[in-house]
Design a protein around this ligand. Structure first.
Ligand code: ME8
Length: 521
């Protein structure tokens, strides 16, 4: 570590029962944007993603495919790794729960939990028999009272997943004894947004059952230390990935300085596991707790839940091929406020591409850069001695741009991506308005020095916008900065304070955000 402030951010690790879809891409994208943002803002970032490979659900999927589980998980995990390339994620590590480092870490965590007493002085882990409902799809145990009725009157998990009756010897975790400590943790604001905070708080205030944390009826998992007849419950195994990657159990490992994580980003479906079980396991093992858990909303397609049976599962690859990578990255975080559920349609994507990217940002860059190319000898123009008192409108756009960093930082701390983008777009729209007001094309004949000032201030505004939007659209913003001849090592948020140097040669301008035109049928 370099002495910069650390920032550790994680995605869920995804089940390798099937190929990644746009929902998986969405969560990881949010993490990638924050990781890039924090790096540019001077933090020492560790960004983790990976795959969850044990448990009954994965074992069943392997069997259904007629495959050996290890071979099967190797292959499907590779598809999630390919997603990180496709989507241009900047993850620093990719963890798989079948790795040796992870098995060691889980077994040591178990030993520590077992060695400690609960706040009520009881053993944290005890052996008993589990008799109750289990959903393989959710990999979750449910109490009778939580179940709902399906169309044919059959019992179902609250998520709508089928459940089966399970009865087998099991180790239990003394969850109930950790209630007060969990409530204290929530009172510090660790769970966001507030709707998820309320949901877990009321869950923990209700009747808390001890949690079954081992299984004996199948074997695809990590053996419980000292009792090979049991494998660990897949969620205990999976959650532990976040400390494995930080070097656990080697607390002298360099990565251990990243723990506790600054942020676990997850979907709303797995909040209970991350905000109740995970902190309880960590507390019982005497390990510091993650600073924040954010449960975002779900994406629906044209108003419907994505599902295999409806045949509407969106593939990230198809969407990138059709709309372009940065266009998709922008759209996913722009359209729907991050904590909310959102429906999205082709029409919305095309609208965003054409109005926000092509018309607003693309057009601003294109017209300013081509005016500079034609009228300023293809060099960064000289701003002269004019300043904000000159009465030129463009200075208002620039001062808006200069105020962005602090505002965006505050939004990034709250994972408010749509607010970040809205804030930047206010400046872009203002810059476009100022181009019209100051009309540099008219100044060309009457006052060329003033024209140069206007174009310089606009180029400087575009530089700010392009630097600040890099986390969302790394390639496109990189190309915009190339066109302004901004050196690759001068693109961090600290570099915002070093303005463009007049006289620098500029390459021939090229549009970065083309309009999306529907192909004729
Ligand atoms: O739950 N909209 O893995 P998983 C938005 N292995 N996000 C969605 C989504 C949608 N329609 N569908 C899925 C698991 N997601 C466990 C996690 S972590 C220690 C173990 C995203 O493959 C969202 O982040 O079922 C959700 O929480 C996650 O994928 C579930 O992925």
């Amino acid at each position: 570590m370099t002495g910069k402030a650390a920032y550790y951010i994680t995605t869920p690790i995804y089940y390798v029962n099937d190929s990644p879809h746009i929902g998986h891409a969405y969560t990881s994208l949010a993490c990638d944007v924050l990781a890039r943002f924090m790096r540019l803002d001077g933090r020492e970032v560790f960004f983790l993603t990976g795959t969850d490979e044990h448990g009954q659900k994965v074992e069943k999927s392997a069997a259904a495919a007629g495959r050996d589980p290890k071979e099967f998980v190797d292959e499907v995990s590779e598809r999630f790794r390919a997603l990180t390339e496709l989507m241009n994620y900047s993850n620093d590590d990719f963890i798989r729960t079948t790795e040796e480092r992870h098995i060691r870490s889980c077994q040591e965590l178990w030993r520590r939990i077992a060695a400690n007493k609960s706040p009520k002085g009881r053993d944290n882990i005890y052996l008993d028999t589990y008799g109750g409902w289990y959903s393989v799809r959710d990999e979750a145990f449910y109490g009778e009272g939580e179940l709902i009725k399906g169309a044919d009157g059959e019992k179902m998990a609250p998520s709508g997943a089928p459940v089966e009756w399970v009865e087998e010897p099991s180790y239990f975790f003394r969850l109930e004894d950790w209630r007060e400590r969990l409530l204290e943790y929530y009172s510090g604001g660790a769970v966001a947004p507030v709707s998820r905070h309320n949901e877990v708080e009321s869950f923990v205030k209700g009747e808390l059952f001890d949690l079954s944390i081992s299984r004996t009826s199948f074997s695809w998992g990590i053996p419980v230390p000292g009792d090979d007849a049991h494998i660990m419950y897949v969620w205990l195994d999976a959650l532990t990935n976040y400390i494995t990657a930080a070097g656990f159990p080697d607390e002298r490992a360099e990565n251990w300085d990243y723990w506790p994580a600054d942020l676990h980003v997850i979907g709303k479906d797995i909040v209970r596991f991350h905000a109740v079980y995970w902190p309880a396991f960590l507390m019982s093992a005497g390990i510091p707790l993650p600073k924040r858990v954010y449960g975002h909303g779900f994406l629906n397609v044209e108003g419907a839940k994505m599902s295999k049976s409806l045949g509407n599962v969106l593939s990230p690859k198809d969407m990138v091929d059709e709309f372009g990578l940065d266009q998709l990255r922008y759209f996913l975080l722009r359209e729907v406020p991050f904590g909310n559920d959102g429906s999205f349609s082709r029409e919305q994507i095309i609208n965003r591409i054409n109005s926000d990217l092509a018309n607003d940002l693309g057009n601003l860059a294109q017209r300013v850069l081509s005016m500079i190319s034609k009228n300023c000898d293809a060099k960064i123009p000289d701003p002269g001695d004019e300043g904000p008192d000159s009465g030129l409108a463009v200075y208002s756009a620039l001062s808006g741009a200069q105020a962005l960093r602090d505002k965006l930082r505050a939004h990034a701390e709250r994972q408010a991506f749509h607010d970040i983008l809205e804030e930047v777009w206010k400046v872009i729209r203002e810059a476009n308005r100022c181009v019209d007001e100051d009309a540099p094309w008219a100044l060309r004949k009457t006052d060329p020095a003033k024209m140069a000032t206007v174009l310089y201030v606009l180029a400087e505004t575009i530089r700010h916008v392009a630097i600040l939007l890099q986390p969302f659209m790394p390639d496109s913003c990189g190309r915009m900065l190339d066109q302004l001849s901004v050196a690759e090592d001068a693109r961090t948020f600290d570099d915002l304070a070093s303005p463009l140097v007049p006289g620098m040669d500029l390459p021939k301008p090229e549009g970065v955000f083309p309009r999306f035109v529907e192909e004729e049928a």
